[in-house]
Design a protein. Structure first.
Length: 158
């Protein structure tokens, strides 16, 4: 990865909608060269997509929460299948540990969240252990950089 490609990646991390012309100007190459480099990085899997970051709190509302699950090894695949079909869960991750799964979900309020998590535990064969936590605030999103300066400063005691 040469310095020009590195700089292109920095630029599109900040603004994925940046034009090839603007990218070329910023790194000192032509629009056509910028496009060719980005096409090559896409082909090589370096650039896997361009994403829009939406503040879900402003669009959907509701309470966001995290669920951590420990599955019985023999039932792990079935638990994952049940979780991926669950409409309240927005993200599901496999994590280190004994068949552990980390999920991010959204409910209308705390009561519906508790009911949902209790239902999952009682009705999903193969869950050995479950815990959940309510997300209070976003302190940083990698996609957005450090856009939470005020909260971050409060958190760090600045």
């Amino acid at each position: 990865m040469d310095p020009i490609n590195q700089r292109i990646l920095e630029l599109i991390r900040e603004n994925a909608r940046m034009s090839y012309s603007d990218i070329g100007k910023a790194v000192g190459i032509s629009r056509v060269s910028a496009k060719k480099r980005m096409d090559s990085m896409e082909k090589d899997g370096v650039i896997r997509g361009y994403h829009t970051v939406i503040d879900e709190e402003k669009t959907r509302g509701g309470l966001r929460y995290i669920i951590d699950i420990e599955a019985i090894p023999e039932e792990y695949a079935a638990v994952v299948k049940t979780l991926t079909a669950d409409k309240e869960l927005e993200q599901i991750y496999s994590t280190t540990g004994d068949c552990r799964i980390h999920c991010v979900g959204r409910s209308r309020n705390q009561s519906t969240m508790e009911s949902h998590v209790t239902y999952l535990f009682n009705h999903t064969k193969g869950i050995r252990k479950i815990s959940w936590h309510i997300l209070l605030s976003d302190l940083k999103h990698a996609e957005e950089g450090d856009g939470y300066g005020t909260e971050k400063e409060k958190f760090q005691g600045v």
